[in-house]
Design a binder for this molecule. Structure first.
Ligand code: 13P
Length: 249
């Protein structure tokens, strides 16, 4: 069974609610696609207006983060039930910016991944190496650790529905895209890791995205690689270019 491509925007900390609705309207005619799943990962405050604005279209909404507790005294956090009730389908977890600036650990991310599944949200779990780690030759060791801990106690049936985003940190927001061969090598390695943890069927179904300076000019080559099932797009998801990335063929 061929895996369906999934192209997700990660808006990061951009777009006020009114700007968000305007962007959705601009992108509406551009992101239509029969064979690609399209997702907008939006700031928490934009979730409700964006869910409303994409109603009746092919676009699903992702949160950019979520807490792993059900409810309670966690000032400033957002629960899985809140996301589900608001109409969110996906949640980006463990982005390198959250790992770096907000000190999220693999163990925290694992708790969030498990909670997301418990509530029927599809996690888009991010992993990726720094430039230093790549130069030290430990890229795959590092990524395998992130995947193995992030997916601890996740069942095969859950893993089949998950999305993993491989985002080399050195390629994020730098305009320095990994070559399609570099990206494929790691995405293939992630799939092999999933096959070892589960089985070949699970590895064949899980979707693995590449992220890091994806743009309208490089999407086609990246997404043509056998183990790259689409992209997680930062900067270019805020512009009309996102439509070209969705319709990359
Ligand atoms: P850029 O596409 O801006 O490099 O960001 C990638 C990213 O971090 C997506 O999550």
């Amino acid at each position: 069974m061929a895996r369906r491509k999934i192209v997700a925007g990660n808006w990061k900390m951009n777009m006020t609610p009114s700007e968000a609705v305007a962007l959705v309207e601009t992108l509406k005619p551009l992101v239509q696609s029969e064979d690609v799943d399209v997702v907008y990962g939006v700031p928490a405050i934009d979730i409700i207006p964006v869910v409303e604005a994409v109603k009746g279209t092919n676009v699903a909404v992702a949160a950019e983060n979520m807490y792993f507790e059900e409810k309670g005294a966690y000032t400033g956090e957002i629960s899985p039930a809140m996301l589900v009730d608001a109409g969110v389908k996906y949640v980006i977890l463990g982005h390198s910016e959250r790992r770096d600036y907000f000190k999220e650990t693999d163990a925290d991310i694992n708790k969030k991944v498990l909670k997301a599944f418990e509530h029927g949200l599809t996690p888009i779990m991010c992993c990726g190496e720094s430039l230093e780690q790549r130069q030290q030759g430990i890229t795959m060791d590092w990524i395998r650790q992130q995947v193995k801990i992030g997916f601890q106690n996740v069942t095969a049936d859950q893993a089949k529905t998950a999305v993993i985003a491989y985002e080399p940190i050195w390629a994020i927001g730098t305009g320095m895209t990994a070559t399609s061969e570099q990206a494929e090598e790691v995405c293939k390695g992630i799939r092999e890791c999933i096959a070892e943890m589960y089985d070949d069927a699970t590895a064949a179904e899980i979707r693995i995205q590449y992220g890091g300076s994806v743009n309208a000019g490089n999407a086609a080559e990246l997404f043509a690689m056998p183990d790259i099932d689409g992209g997680l797009v930062g900067g270019a998801s805020l512009k009309a270019d996102f439509g070209k990335i969705v319709n990359y063929k």
